[in-house]
Design a protein around this ligand. Structure first.
Ligand code: PBG
Length: 325
């Protein structure tokens, strides 16, 4: 090669040159930490399939939230595990329901320091473990579920959520929630729609953490089918038409093509959720000494940002934020 050619290596030769020419950066503020809070426990309960992640008590959650704020991350997304489950998921919108209490306390503790996002779904609250109401024949019933989502959204906004994040994949959920929020004087509360959420094998550890595995069947009739990509754009367009303020793709790493296509297609903020199975897989490999843990974690976060996500929901949010400061 003659010396007249541009050479890729010239700009890679020192850490300072690489830093200067890096096209993608990950900042603590880009990261959102998913947290689990469980009713009726005195001590945090470790989740076997997610080393380092726990089901929090209200108190341990408050402490974790302070640490998250100190680390400078963007926000939290809250999941609750109630003591009592029933067919309609009553605890999801009970004023003294576990997540609503947590939201009140965190909002009182932290004010607007962190963005408090409420995951809105029924699977942690229903005894059958589905994301919506179920007919006697065992089919998840779309439209009656929307009324439940509307009530839950109001309860969560009332409790102090800054953002409502519906993850149940019912058709029309964003419109129903927008209408409910507006009707209850929460016109300023944004909706982050889990717009392209796939029926994924990577949610396994989450179902241990959130105790929300379906008792029968699976979620393939409402979550998206992994082979499909164009459908993700339709789901995103639909959610935006219904009033979503921001959209999410989930999982992240196995769906980077979807993240990239969605980011190209829309002009609203795009999030990607690095889910429990992605976390568990890398932790397991690192525990065996098979990958360099920190390097691999940061590489995944960089890849998700590079694909076009502005925000990454990740169980490593606080730890990674500390590395990135
Ligand atoms: C509930 C919900 C799930 C996740 C987030 N919200 C599980 C599911 O759909 O079964 C998964 C998150 C993770 O795996 O980390 N609808």
């Amino acid at each position: 090669m003659s010396s007249g050619f541009a050479r890729g290596r010239r700009l890679r030769s020192t850490p300072a040159l690489r830093r200067l020419t890096a096209q993608t950066r990950v900042a603590p503020a880009d990261l959102v930490l998913p947290v689990f809070v469980k009713q009726g426990i005195d001590e945090p309960v470790p989740i076997g399939s997610m080393p380092g992640v726990v089901q929090h008590t209200q108190d341990s959650l408050r402490k974790a939230a302070h640490e998250a704020a100190e680390a400078g991350i963007g926000g939290l997304v809250l999941f609750g595990i109630p003591s009592e489950k029933d067919p309609v998921g009553s605890q999801a919108d009970a004023a003294d329901g576990v997540v609503n209490v947590a939201l009140q306390q965190l909002r009182a503790d932290l004010g607007d320091e962190l963005v408090l996002m409420a995951d809105l779904c029924l699977c942690e609250y229903t005894d059958h473990g589905h994301c919506g109401l179920v007919t006697p024949a065992g089919v998840v019933d779309n439209d009656p579920t929307l009324d439940r989502y509307a009530a839950v959204a109001i309860a969560q906004a009332q409790a102090g959520a800054h953002v409502i994040a519906p993850s149940g994949m019912m058709d029309g959920q964003v419109a129903a929630i927008r209408q409910a929020l507006d009707g209850a004087a929460h016109t300023e509360t944004p909706i982050l729609a889990y717009a392209a959420k796939y029926a994924s094998g990577f949610y396994g550890p989450f179902r241990e953490a959130a105790e929300g595995a379906p008792r029968f069947g699976d979620r393939s009739t409402y979550q998206m089918d992994p082979p499909n990509a164009d459908e993700a754009l339709r789901e995103v367009a639909q959610d935006l038409a219904e009033g979503a303020d921001a959209v999410m793709v989930k999982p992240a790493l196995p769906y980077l093509d979807i993240v990239a296509r969605v980011a190209d297609a829309v002009d609203v903020p795009v999030s990607a959720y690095q889910v429990s199975g992605e976390y568990a897989m890398l932790e397991a490999a690192a525990a065996n000494g098979w990958v360099d843990r920190q390097r691999a974690i940061l590489e995944t976060l960089t890849a998700i940002r590079r694909a076009g996500a502005g925000t990454v929901l990740t169980y490593w949010a606080v730890e990674a934020a500390r590395w990135l400061r």
